[in-house]
Ligand binder design. Sequence first.
Ligand code: MIG
Length: 760
Amino acid sequence: MLKIVVGSPRLRSFAVVSEPPCCTGGDAWRVVEDRDGVEVYWSGRKLFSMRIATWERGVEITHTLERDEHVYGLGEKYAHQDRRFKRFHFWNVDQTVHLPSGDPMYKSIPFYIVAKPGKVYGVFVDYPGYLYIDTGVEHLDRIVIRVGAGYAVLYVFSGENLYEILDAYTRLTGRPFMPPKWAVGYHQSRYSYASQDEVLRVAEEFRRRRIPCDAIWLDIDYMDGYRLFTWSRDRFPDPRGMIEKLHSMNMRVVTIVDVGIKEEKGYHAYDRGVELNAFLRTPDGELFRGGVWPGLCVFPDFLRSSGRRYWAQRLAEFMGVGVDGIWLDMNEPAIFYMEKPFRSMVAEVSKRLIENDVEGAGNHYFWRARHLIGTTSVGKGIGMVDIPAVHLDDDGGEVRHSEIHNAYPLLENEATKMGFEIARPGRRWFILTRSAYAGIQRLAAVWTGDNQSDWGHMAISIPMLLNLGLSGVPFAGADVGGFGDDVDPEMLVRWTQLGAFYPFFRNHSSKGTRRQEPWVFGEPWSSYVAEAIRLRYRLLPYIYSMFIEAHRSGKPVIRPLFAEFPQDEQSYVVEDEFLVGPSLLVAPVLTPGARARAVYLPQVRWLDLWSGEVLEPGWRLVEAPIDRVPLFLREDGAVVTTEPRSSATEPWGTVTIDVFVGRKACAVLYDDDGETADFEKGRFFEAKVCIERRGGDAVIRVEELHMGYEPGFSKVRIRLLGSPWVERVLLEGEELRVYRSGKAVVAELGIGRLTASQQG
Ligand code: MIG
């Protein structure tokens, strides 16, 4: 890692959790001054030439891009997989325009990866105020970074492959948190389930129909007048009883928590915050107020540890009734109105942006200013460009909100995690957040906000989520079925088939739109939707093992093709299919009426998991009837599946390793208690099971084994697919009894027999 500091940073970093001792990161790096900047080399290879300029109120950094390099990452953007030749703004807003013109969005993660066959590096610009990154509009072959402050901090990462970059980046900004097992299941949400009776009816419907589901989500209407940390007495008279009932059905409850606290004397969260001086103030020292759902609100100052403690305490108390997870919304922070008229805000903001202009960018800034302010609809979903508020740090120093705007939700997430630690020490926490800054992966899962029931929004969710993964945030999803507008039957089926592979899998929709629980369209649609959800639960052993891998090294759960096939040019741009882990390729159907689709199969042979056919690499047309999402297993790859249960927390009983062996394929069996942090102390089960071809023999070996936990499965089935060469299956030289099922050769053994083989 190479650290570049321009000027002198005024504030501590919020993203960085552990910085390696020195900055030029060892011998591999070389920085050479040239006529107007520096050239940066890693391992003898030139990455780029960089120029740094400072002007009165900002820093401009540019560096070269080679003609055939691609750009990825940059967090949540409504943009295609390759992010080159675009301009991006980093300023968290409640963005209702989910279109390219709707940049910026809710999250700001100024980290990008530049890649082409044989070369890859990453750059992280650590500044939580307004930031602009141009990937090739102002100059075809340069990246331009503008920081609206007198300083900038940059980190450059390189390595042999993409995963080394993500490893280094998540070492610096924190490893992805390990979620509880239930959070990896299916989630059902609606804005809003309006009473505890309705919540229970929805939960019972899932169980009655045997559709797996792990959590029901409560949106803002559970509260009393939108006051945070309260329950409506009429509609939710007995939250504890409701939650106990849900828990007895093996369902969890996640409640939304906004960020604005209603300004109202006598309301505990307000009174307590005033007492502790926990709220943001205006430059004149008044409480800063902004209008959100409950009317005028005040906002916690998460910069101060006292502000974070205040929040953690309120939250922990609220969670006492048994709430399992917290959903942080409106935390950009989004403010609908301020006491000052909206129109003058627009004018002020445009003026300020133009004043801050540097040559050439003015026009762009001007038009974008209107988007920064919000959207065409005044009064709803407006994200403010500036919030005239002041924070205090722990030493009593003042910090303008605009200097740390993008980090506000990150600090809120830290405080929220503290709340979990108070309410349920030793257990894993679960937070979903809408707004974020770099480093969010260590604290929360994210979703992409208010999309629409629209085929285009469904398709673009793939590059959005893949690039979040390449921004260090593996646990991400988009609202399945679409949030706004009315879903139709075919779209719900196809979207659920896609969502089954989102790392975060939640169906959610807005007030005023058609209901979209799995059964709303009746047969045959409801069966197709249910089957797609079951597919997720079949794949849980494999997907869960990807989460532990993400937690250990920052590897994404879902991956663009080039992550695994960096020598394959085409892999760099395909964005309508993706990999889950290293071995499973998913090619969802993204257009209405389609019953087949083109699939690009990179570099190796692939096994069609529906037909059992072995396919050569390249472009193929594959069948995709309405009840089927095309799935392919990589040669020398493996997936681990189980029978679907109603909840992800139920023991798996038997797991099946599906392998397609060319020379050798390995599967990872992983399990832990799914609830506590004990896995960090070695209380987990892990076995790397490899199957190697030796002539007509398939030889099974356990290559690595960790037995710190008794896994929730006792039987392992090994299913050899696409392997007509198999004559015998051997374990420790002993031939196993096998049976044939279709074209597959199957061996079954007890987990004890398998693990004993390694120790011997
Ligand atoms: O202004 O809580 O993105 O998921 O259902 C809308 C109501 C506020 C926006 C979130 C959405 C949620 C909705 N919220």
